[in-house]
Design a protein around this ligand. Sequence first.
Ligand code: GLP
Length: 277
Amino acid sequence: MIAPSGAGCGRSGFDFSGIIRNRTNYGSRKGSLQEKKDMNIIVVKDYNEMSYQAAQLIAEQITNKRKSVLGLATGSTPECMYKELINLNQEDKVDFSEVITFNLDEYYGLPPEHPQSYYFFMWNNFFKHVNIKKENIHLLNGISENIDKECAQYEALIKKSGGIDLQVLGIGNNGHIGFNEPDINLNTKTHLVNLTAKTIRANSRFFNTAQKVPKQAITMGIGTIMRARKIILLAYGKRKARVIEKTINSPITTKVPATVLQLHNDVTIIVDQEAAF
Ligand code: GLP
């Protein structure tokens, strides 16, 4: 995965002048939003701070509830957040021994050992470095022979675990969360989805060529995500500024799936200054 240029995952030089705002005083371009519920928006200096703040929120969640159920994301955005969590775990500041995780999505057709599978990403960037129990980790199987069953079982397991306490999200340039792509309808449950040309193009940076990017994926549905008790959405860099602006200010539309987050009661958006429009 690609980390932002010039940014490591070091903790030095943090500037906690992090501006914490809610939507009502976020310089909204649409006054009507002022009647809506607040989304917590935290604008931080850079990618490192975004990662650190996100890790702190997750650590706080686990400190408050050792058996927390976490919904986890992949992509370049949360990479350093995982490094921060690994550091906190190694310093005995957060204990994953009772934590249960469910990942958001997986490419359809990629086996777990494929370097671009989200299974591979999660094990290499996070799970193998912390004291989480293997049996508490849940990832979608991209090569399942019965996708409907795979999806139904995943939903059932989330329910059996008591539901997701804290869901971490990145965001696609087109507003997708998980792999819920812009469409006429949004699927509520875990399902197989066709990736849009825009997403295939965006993710081709991990595959050398667009031809190698899987054309389909399995993803938690919008309902699965919205049932999480808390949601943290992360974004950094100029290329995300437009979609973050839409997520916060656009009318809710299936054309920008992340806009549905406006309806959730406990969403925190952490963005760096470049992604803050
Ligand atoms: C991928 C994933 C999303 C992720 C998004 C952004 O397609 N399915 O879960 O949030 O794209 O990726 P990145 O963080 O690399 O910008």
